[in-house]
Design a protein around this ligand. Structure first.
Ligand code: AHR
Length: 341
């Protein structure tokens, strides 16, 4: 028996064309597959009129201000559209995400979405989702897999580019000379891997800029503070004159550590971080943070546009990126009132 005959509708690319050519379609045609290509301009109609779309979402956790804003955007957008959202918080554990995805499969949800805590180790559970005919959307973080048919689309940021932007800004600010401390995000996560990659790639053009300390601060304020304290106490501590934090929360924690060590954040140590949350803008206005590279957490509308289109058998692109900017201390005061997260 083929995958199509077992009801794995989104695995049958020829079905759309076949149905379009038939005078009398078979009774109750299933929703159609989503393929890569251009996104339709119009919002999709529900696959079965009157039936609520059921979406299972496995969230990473609540480690940062960014994540709080992301969760809020997903929940409020689902409520606004009348989508039945089954939301599970994985508390930073991959095994919890796998359990949640298996539960969504058992509940036969229409679409599964998740924000993978780490990049690898998803193939077995995603193969189960594929076998059950349930399309998967990756939110915010990508995965590493040899089989990209295991998900329909990825919606989120270009983390490598964010790392490059942070390094470019820092190189200009420091005139190409800096002894940098780096606070990395969650080990194995796409944003930690990619931001580091982009930052280091750009540093190659600036031999006077070197990373002299680097460790994970796990994307949290508390850990960012703790690790920065250790950096400052280390033999290299007095030489640190710049900080690259993979997110704003760790930068805010590091600011506290720098002040406690009797140095001036934003002056003695120039700080660039990523996300663009309100707390970062407030720190810039206070002169304690110098730059934040924006990473947009308000993905709810794009995610549910995609879910509705997929359920209605429409085509969505394989990768949908959010548009983001870079804000430094000179723009912070004017931009602060506009920040939505
Ligand atoms: O995946 C996005 C990253 O995860 C954000 O930059 C960080 O703050 C969050 O925890």
């Amino acid at each position: 028996m083929t995958g199509c005959m077992r009801g794995r509708w989104w695995l049958c690319p020829g079905l759309v064309v076949w149905l379009a050519g038939c005078q009398t379609p078979p009774p109750a045609p299933p929703p159609q597959p989503a393929q890569t290509g251009a996104a339709p301009a119009e919002p999709a109609a529900p696959a079965t009129p009157g039936k609520k779309l059921v979406v299972g979402f496995s969230q990473v956790g609540s480690e940062s201000g960014w994540r709080t804003a992301n969760t809020e955007s997903i929940k409020s957008e689902a409520a606004r559209r009348g989508i039945d959202l089954k939301f599970a918080d994985a508390q930073q554990k991959q095994e919890n995400q796998i359990k949640a995805i298996r539960a969504f499969i058992a509940q036969k949800v229409d679409v599964i979405m998740f924000s993978p805590v780490v990049e690898t180790g998803w193939d077995p559970v995603l193969k189960d989702a594929k076998a059950a005919g349930i399309p998967v959307v990756l939110s915010d973080r990508a995965i590493k897999t040899a089989d990209d048919s295991l998900y329909v689309t990825f919606i989120g940021s270009d983390f490598v580019e964010e790392g490059r932007r942070a390094a470019k800004w820092l190189a200009t600010k420091m005139n190409g000379k800096a002894s940098i401390a780096e606070l990395q995000g969650t080990p194995g996560s796409a944003p930690a891997i990619d931001r580091k990659k982009g930052f280091e790639e750009e540093l190659k053009a600036h031999p006077g800029m070197q990373i002299i300390k680097s460790q994970t601060g796990e994307f949290t304020r508390a850990k960012g503070k703790e690790v920065m304290e250790a950096f400052l106490r280390s033999p290299e501590g007095p030489r640190i004159d710049a900080l690259f934090a993979h997110n704003d929360d760790m930068a805010v924690g590091a600011i506290q550590a720098i002040e406690a060590a009797g140095r001036k954040p934003g002056k003695d140590i120039v700080i660039v971080s990523i996300d663009g949350v309100k707390a970062a803008f407030e720190a810039m206005v206070a002169g304690k943070l110098n730059c934040t590279v924006e990473c947009n957490p308000l993905l709810g509308p794009q995610l549910f546009d995609a879910a509705e289109q997929i359920a209605a058998g429409k085509t969505v692109p394989k990768r949908i990126e959010s548009k983001e900017g870079v804000f430094d201390e000179t723009q912070a005061k004017a931009e602060l009132p506009n920040r939505k997260y």
